[in-house]
Design a protein around this ligand. Structure first.
Ligand SMILES: NC(=O)c1ccc[n+]([C@@H]2O[C@H](COP(=O)([O-])OP(=O)(O)OC[C@H]3O[C@@H](n4cnc5c(N)ncnc54)[C@H](OP(=O)(O)O)[C@@H]3O)[C@@H](O)[C@H]2O)c1
Length: 166
C-alpha cells in the first residue's frame, strides 16, 4: 500500500511557522527531514515552496498553487486533490511507496483526512507564530518510534521525532 504522510515540526502550542519561515533553527531535524524525504514525492503549498526558495534535490517536487504556473524542476498543480491523485499514479509508475506532504499550514489542514502516517517533530517550546498545525486526535494512531534530541549549538531546543501510523 502506498503511504501518504505529513512531516512536520511543531511547538507545544502547535506553531509551525512565522513570517513565512520556520520559528527555530534545528539542524538535526533538517538532517532528518532530508533523509526521510529523499527519493520520495514531496507535496507542498506555494508559500512553503517560496520559503524554501528552490526545488529540493533528490526529491520529486510537487507544488500546489493557483498563482504560479511554471517553475523549472517542479510540477505545479492547481488543486491539492490533483496533486495527490497524480502522486499516487507516479508512485505506482516508478515503484515508490510513500508520498510526503511537507506543509505548510494550509496544505496540512487540507490533507489531514488523507494521511495514514505522521512524522511529528515535537519541539520543546511555546513560541509565537502565525501558522499552526491543526489539533489532532492521536487516539486512532499508533506510535511506532520515538527519537530524542537535546538542545545544543546546532539545535535551539530539545525535540523528539515521533512516527505514527493508522
Ligand atoms: N514547521 C514545519 O514543519 C513547516 C513545514 C512547512 C512549512 N512551514 C511554515 O509554514 C508557513 C507556510 O504555510 P502557509 O499555511 O502559509 O502556506 P502553504 O500551505 O505552504 O501554501 C499555501 C498556498 O498553497 C496554495 N494552495 C493550498 N491549497 C490549495 C488548493 N486547494 N488549491 C490551490 N492552491 C492551494 C495556495 O497558493 P496560491 O496562493 O499560489 O494559490 C496557498 O496560498 C511558513 O511559515 C513555513 O515556514 C513549517
Amino acid at each position: 500500500m502506498i503511504k501518504i504522510s505529513h512531516v512536520v515540526a511543531l511547538s507545544k502550542n502547535n506553531v509551525i511557522g512565522i513570517d513565512n519561515d520556520l520559528p527555530w533553527s534545528l539542524k538535526s531535524d533538517l538532517a532528518h527531514f532530508k533523509e526521510y524525504t529523499s527519493n520520495k514525492i514531496i507535496i507542498m503549498g506555494r508559500k512553503t515552496f517560496e520559503s524554501i526558495g528552490r526545488p529540493l534535490p533528490n526529491r520529486i517536487n510537487y507544488v500546489v498553487s493557483t498563482t504560479i504556473k511554471n517553475i523549472d524542476g517542479v510540477k505545479i498543480f492547481s488543486s491539492t486533490k490533483e496533486a495527490i491523485d497524480e502522486a499516487y499514479k507516479e508512485c505506482a509508475c516508478i515503484q515508490k511507496d510513500e508520498i510526503v506532504i511537507i506543509g505548510g499550514g494550509y496544505l496540512f489542514r487540507e490533507t489531514l483526512i488523507d494521511i495514514n502516517k505522521l512524522i511529528l517533530t515535537r519541539v520543546d517550546c511555546e513560541i509565537d507564530g502565525d501558522i499552526y498545525y491543526p489539533e489532532i486526535d492521536l487516539s486512532s494512531w499508533k506510535l511506532i518510534s520515538t527519537q530524542s534530541f537535546t538542545k545544543d549549538i546546532n539545535n535551539d531546543y530539545d525535540f523528539k521525532i515521533e512516527e505514527y501510523i493508522r
